[in-house]
Write a protein that binds this ligand. Sequence first.
Ligand code: NDP
Ligand code: MG
Length: 391
Amino acid sequence: MRNGTNILAVFGSTGSIGCNTLEVVRRHPEHFRVRYLTGNSNADLLIAQVREFRPAAVAVTDPAAESAVRDAVGDQTEILSGTDALTQLAGRDDYDTMVSSLVGFAGLLPTVTAIRAGKNIALANKETLVVAGEIITGLLKERDVHLLPIDSEHSAILQCIVGEPGHSVARIVLTASGGPFRGRTAGEIADVTPAAALQHPNWSMGSKITIDSATLMNKGLEVIEAHWLFGVDASAIDVVVHPQSIIHSMVEFSDGSVKAQLGVPDMKIPIHYALTWPDRIAADYERLNLADVGTLTFEQPDLETFSCLRLAYQALEEGGTAPACLNAANEVAVAAFLRGDLSFPGIAQLIDDSLQHVPTLPAEEIDSVVDIDRQAREHAAASLTRLKTLT
Ligand code: NDP
Ligand code: MG
């Protein structure tokens, strides 16, 4: 934000990041205004958000939710529905910044549409950069728009490199909490339940990213995200497990100096930064008290037990559509695990199998990415059916 009010389109306003974004808006009405909101299945929450924030229009993708929203607030706001509702809203010209906080591949096309329309993006939906990093970075340059990360690690890295010459960045160190199963052996995670995997030690988030945090795939997706955001090779992106989630990430410079960004684990802080960059606007979020925290610890990630992180590095090295395949297979696998149709170690197995069997193509066109996403989902779903028949 440079001057005045930042007019927002919050995509995925009924999710965890969406709600945190609206809390940032609620606390700073002089700086932010909401023009558009979108939800999928949570009609009650979307209705409450419409009543409070009075958006000009909302998009609702789930048909049952759409009719509930229309009945309740159809006379107060325009309601868009159907398959292209999100891209229709994203392409409108009367907002400044899209908060891209849909979960998964569903975020890609609306985000691309917003960039093409010249909007700045506050990006939580890391899957967009994972599957189409090359396309997105090209479009950002072409349209001369900014994409600011909401992910706490990438917000930390951005804050570390502000004011530094680009050539001086030697290494990025992403911190990871390690999730609920940190320190366990392969045998000890073989039978873990969805309920246990949904208990994240430090952050309260949507179910998909919470499972990704338990498998360490979230960190793998973040390695790919960091590669595209900061132009750093996979070999210069490290992951260190830091269970307290106080240091949000670090940058090592060419002279050996290391900068870190710290704060309490509260997503409102990186959301606020993404929406006010390049300025800093005073806010009263919870302050960090290091004496209360006491000890900060660090350990190596266990890539054998948590092989999703290793698979993400492998997909990034392979390039092209391999990260799109990794992402699609992960989405299928996580949904199957949450339904009780796949074991926890089965998530990595399904992704590994998809990476081996789905072809890797150049990822220079959206259509190729969409096509590989579909192929990888079909392959993973077929493997899942085979696995279920065997058990
Ligand atoms: P949630 O599951 O809490 O929210 C997802 C949002 O997307 C909801 O508004 C949901 O609608 C909507 N949605 C879900 N599926 C679809 C679909 N197929 N089409 C349209 N809308 C859909 O996710 P989070 O907020 O946790 O995460 C959002 C993104 O932010 C993810 O990419 C995640 O990796 C990233 N992120 C999240 C963090 C966090 O703290 N939560 C931290 C860093 C990154 P509804 O609920 O109405 O069904
Ligand atoms: Mg993160």
